[in-house]
Design a protein around this ligand. Sequence first.
Ligand code: NAD
Length: 502
Amino acid sequence: MAKIADIEDRSYWHKTAKSVPLPTQAIIGGRQVDARSGKRFATINPATGETLADIVEGDATDVDDAVTSARRSFDAGHWRNQSPLARKRVLLKLAELLNAEQQQLAAMESLDMGKLVRDAAGNDIPTAINILQWHAEEVDKTYDEVAPLPVGNVGLIRRVPLGVVGAVVPWNFPLNMAIWKCAPALAAGNSVVLKPAEQSPLTALRFAQLALEAGLPEGVLNVVPGFGETAGQALGRHMDVDCLAFTGSTAVGKMFLRYAGDSNLKQVWLECGGKSPVVVFEDCEDLETAADQVVSGILYNQGQVCSAGSRLIVQDSIRARFLDLLTERMAQYRPGDPLDPQSRLGAMVEAKHAANVMRYIEAGCREATLVAGGNAVTVNGRGSFIEPTIFSDVRPDAVIAREEIFGPVLAVLGFADEAEAIALANDSVYGLGASVWTDNLSRAHRVSEQIVAGVVGVNVVDPVNPAIPFGGFRQSGSGRDLSRHAAEKYTALKTTWIRFKD
Ligand code: NAD
């Protein structure tokens, strides 16, 4: 384990990033394999534009191999029939192995998608491990139910694993998204086929390697890297996948519903996009803290966060003052080398996505007032970076108020009274997260009750904790990740009715 002093040193991270072995092969049936087609694709470091590694490009054939191996392991019962205690021990061992490699995983995450290494090492990786431990610990503490039947009968209502779970995840929190899906699915006894995002496959592959080392039986966790339209679609349409858990854009989420309808009616759980409102009332006593959290809420991971507070709805009486607080703070967030622990803003995940965000910024310049930022920049002459950007005087029907930008871009809208604030907050096709800032207790309850969102933070922006269900209403999706409720997605209720003999 490195010393804190080392971790704060830029050269430590550059050294770690250079020396960390990058996994490149798919994991199917407990073996590291190439694609049947022999194809590979380049995974690129968006901070430099350099190719990091050539990764196996799985397609429908490889997905089929992975599903076959998952099905075989499930049917054989090598994992699901282990006692809850035994499954817990394997998953906790996996957490231990991940823990021992925290720095390497953080460096991989930073290289692969431009994330700040300080965020990866200080937050993302420890959070992912904590979530894995949380689900592991839950396995041998969960009871089933007995139904209230007439005397002479017993009704056992149990939660049983579904079988083969497909998981398709995005690039913004690569290890977290893999663990948010795999940990509860595996804990429940399922076998899994995971397809990581093509932009960031590295830590998911390492996760599966370490799972084997921890004692997860072969075929229980398979990882097929590849593209969405090929490998992702093949998993969505596979006739032998029982459940598909997806995190990603709303547009692709809708495709997974169609894939299920066109194939075997597999269960589909969606964690999709968001346009989360942050509502700041004039009775918020600590505007400084509110401003700190609004800024980190929109700039964490360069704004590439599904639940980022991207719509700031602030009471007119304090709007000018609050905007000053925001611009002061945002000035501290200059884009920098993601591997430098002093940097405050990393790279955008890829040049294509940065160009898309810039198109939204151009739209914003036409329809609102640019208060800060607005430029694409390079660091040391390379990479895809975007300055922290604020637009004020945003109308509710403006494109930048309605669409998910997924970048460091904050749209600021004003309001006169509580009713208008609630109406603006709910004026969205999404309903993922929300935040309300007030020191009036009744208002906090009233407003948070009326806002349509899966998680409403009062005097906190975007709280995430393994004990709190995460997911949304409306086109933000269905089902919940994290907490005990995650297990509901990966299990089915099975009843055994037993009639006694006299
Ligand atoms: P995306 O939808 O483009 O891709 C997500 C995954 O789906 C990737 O693995 C991709 O390869 C796959 N995919 C893409 N096209 C596909 C297709 N036609 N068929 C099958 N699979 C396909 O999303 P992204 O750009 O990787 O991630 C950003 C999006 O993810 C944002 O909209 C964000 O809000 C959302 N997200 C949501 C949550 C949440 O928990 N609600 C968390 C993180 C990200």
